[in-house]
Ligand binder design. Sequence first.
Ligand code: RIB
Length: 303
Amino acid sequence: MIIVFGSINLDLVVMVKRLPHPGETSAGPDCQTFAGGKGANQALAARRAGANVTMIGAVGNDSFAAPALANLEAASVDLSALRRLEGATGIAMIGVESCGENLIIVGSGVNARVSADWLAGRLAPDVTLLMQAEVPLAQVSRAMDLARTAGARVVFNTAPATDVEVAQLAARADVVISNESEAADVAAALGLPGEPAAYAAAMAASGRTAVVTLGGDGVLAHDGTTLITVAPPVVEVVDTTGAGDAFCGAFAAALDRGANLALALAEGVAAGSLACTATGAQSSAPAAADIARLAATLRVQQN
Ligand code: RIB
């Protein structure tokens, strides 16, 4: 089973012709609200991909809490360990331009007060602990310690932060997932080569599986012996928000059910690609059957 320890947000999304530069304003039509947060998005993606998922995080006691949780509740993600704290639910203000590219500003709210203590008694060797860097890194670090003691597998997505502390956490995970720019930052912080395949091989040489998502170029990964690449399908991109989260959730769900790395990567790429075809980070998270169908058509290379 999968436990996600991470953020829960309400996303306030405006579609704009062009994203603003600093000091500029870009206007669009109605603001749309969607459930979001990297933790919640990945929990939902893993659940839709077929895993049993527990979400551990926090919402506030404001009116944003219910819509932020609605999709997780509807999908039967286990929320029994979730905390409802005095304060504001996390929010993300998101601009999406016509090519699908986005710009995100996060107000952390109670996500800044999550505690690894909430994982107590829940970690075991059959658990995949899936985390991101959108909650306090000290708590992610403590959660990694608890997982190590319990024998649970740690899958760590370095998004959205790319500072030295994130790189140090990346170097402790069993599986680390980064996009290209995050991977370059982790590489720089750890003194590793910055080119994606060389970075992944260097990370894998120290005992972990390293995955680099390459946007429109698919994904590559190294597990210490093999470099695997997966080419993406052609899809009509509407909104890339949450595509990385869909990848992480579906990928973790595949690993959790015992799939090999190549299949898990193909399913992650299929989920991430399908997630780009609709607005909103969670609305587009695909179901297991759709993921499997598309994954079977993808070109996987192993060297
Ligand atoms: O990865 C996309 C997510 O980042 C959004 O849902 C937003 O909440 C931010 O956390």
